[in-house]
Design a binder for this molecule. Structure first.
Ligand SMILES: Cc1ncc(COP(=O)(O)O)c(C=O)c1O
Length: 411
């Protein structure tokens, strides 16, 4: 089974990391390389970032207007929200889930509002996994899924996506990864960083395995609206038969250009929600009240904006692919079927952490080293194409210029 060693770009760059008096649990994880690279980039004010997965759009105007209205007229907006979220927002979420995925959720019992999908996934894993349990991740995977698993002293078990077949999922490899210790699988489709979109057949086969071997299915699908070409989105949350073993984590961050509002939600069976609320109470008390009004406006407002974002990201994917084609001696890549990342392989043999740090220092371009995304990510970097055309073009102009000197020097 592939294993994975956690590395830290901050430590490699000389940042202090104390170990005396620090728990082994915390020492075993690192800050996600995505944020580490952003942090390192603060020392290079002219750097152009393709690192963080943040849409460059402003939060849509109708959402900002609603927030202004609440600030001016709602005396409760500065107070805690109810533990599970504003009832009116949960009603809107239930309607949204029904129209978007055909899910029938009881808004009072089967939903709660979180500080983004990040809190939701961390809480899902903390709720179901004990020390020594195993959590299956499809790798390369979202680095925080590794951290969330390790923070509860469970072990990530990686099922490698096959790069030679376009980062394809292999149900046989998945079944080989199941053991008596398997507690859950985390499904992230379209995937970050590969863009892999799981087919309905694959998702249904995973659900059958979950029933047979009695483990949880955790879904984290913030890019469900970003599916391109022939790919079709299908989620385990659309299989009612596995509702009792399902925790679905949702995010408004990408779909509504709301990464900074920190809003997401969880859909699960009532008894699971009530257990998860213990964590929400201990860590958050409630998601920010003002952000919940922003979320309400996003869900109730015109959904055409989501289509506009999708079309734009598709166009930007093709722009970034065209720019990568001009660097064919430096990178090879697979055109992603979803999400907004490219995960090219660095062709010259090199350590991708050293490569990313050098690219930042010498070319002023921020990318994320692929090793942070688990086995299979080594020798790759992640590039985000949610940025504007200008940002993408300027970053690639710099990389092209730098590549001339890079190819003449050794790391
Ligand atoms: C796969 C995945 N899950 C979760 C998140 C975090 O979502 P949120 O902003 O809702 O916490 C991200 C953000 O990049 C992501 O890519």
């Amino acid at each position: 089974m592939p294993t994975h060693e956690t590395r830290s770009a901050l430590e490699m760059s000389g940042f202090a990391m104390r170990s005396k008096g620090i728990s082994k649990r915390i020492q075993s994880v690192s800050i996600s390389a995505i944020k580490e690279m952003m942090h390192l980039a603060l020392s290079y004010p002219d750097a152009i970032s393709l690192a963080q997965g943040t849409p460059d759009f402003a939060t849509p105007e109708h959402i900002r207007d609603r927030v202004k209205h609440e600030l001016d007229h709602n005396p409760n907006v500065g107070k805690y929200a109810p533990l599970a979220g504003l009832p009116v927002l949960k009603e809107a979420i239930a309607e949204h889930l029904l129209s978007k995925r055909g899910i029938i959720a009881n808004p009072q019992k089967e939903l709660y509002v979180t500080m983004g999908a990040m809190e939701a996934i961390a809480s899902a894993i903390m709720t179901i996994a004990d020390s020594g349990d195993e959590v299956i991740l499809l790798s390369p995977c979202f680095p925080s899924h590794i951290t969330h698993t390790m923070l509860v002293e469970a072990s990530p078990v990686y099922v490698r996506l096959d790069e030679t077949r376009g980062w394809a999922f292999d149900i046989n490899a998945f079944e080989r990864a199941i053991s008596p210790k398997t507690k859950a699988v985390v499904l992230c489709s379209p995937g970050n960083p590969t863009g892999t979109v799981l087919s309905e057949n694959d998702v249904r086969a995973i659900a059958v395995s979950a029933e047979e071997h009695d483990f949880w299915v955790i879904t984290d699908e913030p890019y469900d609206f970003l599916v391109y070409d022939d790919a079709r989105f299908f989620s385990a949350s659309q299989i009612p038969e596995i509702k009792n073993r399902l925790i679905s984590c949702f995010s408004l961050s990408k779909e509504y250009a709301m990464t900074g509002w920190r809003i997401g939600y969880v859909y699960a069976e009532e008894g699971v929600i009530n257990q998860m609320l213990k964590i929400h109470d201990a860590f958050a008390v409630s998601a920010a009240t003002i952000s919940q009004y922003a979320a309400l406006s996003a869900l109730q407002g015109d959904q055409l904006i989501v289509e506009f974002f999708r079309d734009e990201f598709l166009r930007r994917r093709d722009l970034m692919c065209a720019r990568l084609d001009r660097l064919s001696e430096l990178f090879s890549y697979i055109k992603p079927g979803g999400a907004y990342y490219l995960f090219p392989k660095i062709i010259p043999e090199t350590d991708e952490y050293a490569f990313a740090i050098r690219l930042l220092k010498e070319a002023g371009v921020v990318v994320v080293p692929g090793g942070a995304f688990g086995p299979g990510g080594e020798g790759h970097v992640r590039l985000c194409f949610a940025m504007s055309d200008d940002t993408i073009n300027q970053a690639f102009d710099r990389i092209e210029k730098w590549n001339t000197s890079f190819s003449k020097t050794k790391l």
